[in-house]
Design a protein around this ligand. Structure first.
Ligand code: NAI
Ligand code: MN
Ligand code: ZN
Length: 337
């Protein structure tokens, strides 16, 4: 089979690999399509501290089950499925309290073990989630990025009284905006980004107010508009954002962060406690695939709006280059296998 492998930082190749056999409790997926994510680029460029090389990358993948390991129901062969990249032990403390995404023995497919940019991939049977026929292949490939939004929203519990502020209108900001609009029905959504074209996408995906904070001071602009956000999602993940968000937030607000920067940022207890602000973090997803599949089935989100490019997997270098360099036009890039 052909697989897309990062052999070492900076070196990405399509190589011939032996077909994997599903082990006990596993299924094998014949991959049909896969999405490129920022974290694939981080592994490619050597910026992911968890990655081990060589690695088949890719954690957003859709296909059909074509083989099963011992102990798996044979009727699953042929099922259309998406793969949850979170492989967990099932018995540690986080797993026991429904947080397998931070399992003490966490293995992320495409990061810690070989991923979905491959003609075939094996994974635990419970990580392969059936997709109803009403969801087309391309949309099914988008389930994983929406599980990131589902996870942070499960922490923040958005509601109809919320005035939301989303930092960043990349794929992660846009999935969050769609969920806040279509699933949770918040009162108002404000989006800040530094790129006008991305702000235009934010508007197309449900934002009410967009602010280019490379040209305008966000605090001033919100003050002028009389907006005090009650729910803030940081999907831009610069270390300067959390302190600013704490300052901007309404009393009783919730703030969700998902960045991995190791750089410190300065925050004061007074700024947090005086307004009794809650700060949550969110990593990957904790069993959110069924929830997002239901959102898609009920047409609460429009995943197709985020897909801007599509390539044969043999064009992966070109696809990666566009994804990395063209932030103005490019959002989600799919590879077809
Ligand atoms: P992206 O790089 O495509 O989008 C980030 C956007 O933020 C860009 O449009 C950029 O112009 C904007 N931005 C940068 N600095 C800003 C600032 N100071 N204020 C407002 N906007 C600003 O990245 P993507 O794929 O949307 O991911 C966003 C972040 O989420 C990344 O840092 C990524 O590492 C993180 N992430 C975290 C996950 C988790 O599970 N915790 C999962 C996936 C991504
Ligand atoms: Mn992803
Ligand atoms: Zn565990």
């Amino acid at each position: 089979m052909k697989s897309i492998t990062v052999q070492q930082p900076g070196q990405l190749v399509i190589e011939e690999r032996p077909m994997p056999s599903p082990q006990q409790g596993e299924v094998r997926i014949r991959v049909a399509s896969a999405g490129i994510c920022g974290s694939d680029v981080h592994i490619y460029r050597g910026h992911n501290p968890f990655a081990k090389y060589p690695r088949v990358i890719g954690h957003e993948f859709f296909g059909h089950i074509d083989a099963i390991g011992e102990g798996v129901d044979p009727s699953r062969i042929g099922e259309r499925v998406v793969g949850d990249p979170v492989v967990s032990c099932g018995h540690c403390y986080p797993c026991s309290v429904g947080r397998p995404n931070v399992c003490t023995e966490l293995q992320v497919i495409g990061v810690h073990r070989d991923g979905g940019f491959s003609e075939y991939v094996t994974l635990p049977a419970q990580n392969a989630h059936r997709v109803p026929d009403s969801i087309p292949d391309n949309e099914a490939t988008m389930v994983e990025p929406f599980t990131i939004a589902a996870n942070i929203c499960s922490q923040l519990q958005p509601g109809p009284l919320d005035v939301a502020l989303v930092y960043g209108a990349g794929p992660m900001g846009l999935t969050s905006i769609q969920a806040l609009r279509g699933v949770y029905g918040v009162k108002q959504i404000v989006v800040a980004d530094r790129i006008d074209e991305r702000l235009a996408m934010a508007t197309a995906n449900g934002a009410d107010v967009v602010i280019n904070n490379s040209q305008l001071d966000l605090t001033n602009e919100l003050q002028k508009l009389g907006i005090r956000p009650t729910l803030i999602i940081d999907a831009a993940c610069h270390p300067a954002i959390l302190p600013e968000a704490i300052g901007l937030a309404s009393p009783a607000a919730r703030i969700g962060i998902m960045g991995f920067s190791a750089e410190p940022c300065v925050i004061s207890q007074q700024a947090i406690t005086s307004k009794e602000i809650s700060i949550y973090s969110s990593r990957l997803n904790s069993n959110r695939f069924p929830q997002v599949i239901a959102w898609m089935t009920q047409r609460q989100i429009q995943p197709e709006k985020l897909i801007t490019h599509q390539f044969a997997f043999t064009q992966v270098l070109e696809a990666m280059e566009i994804f990395e360099k063209d932030q103005k036009q490019c959002c989600k890039v799919l590879l077809k296998f």
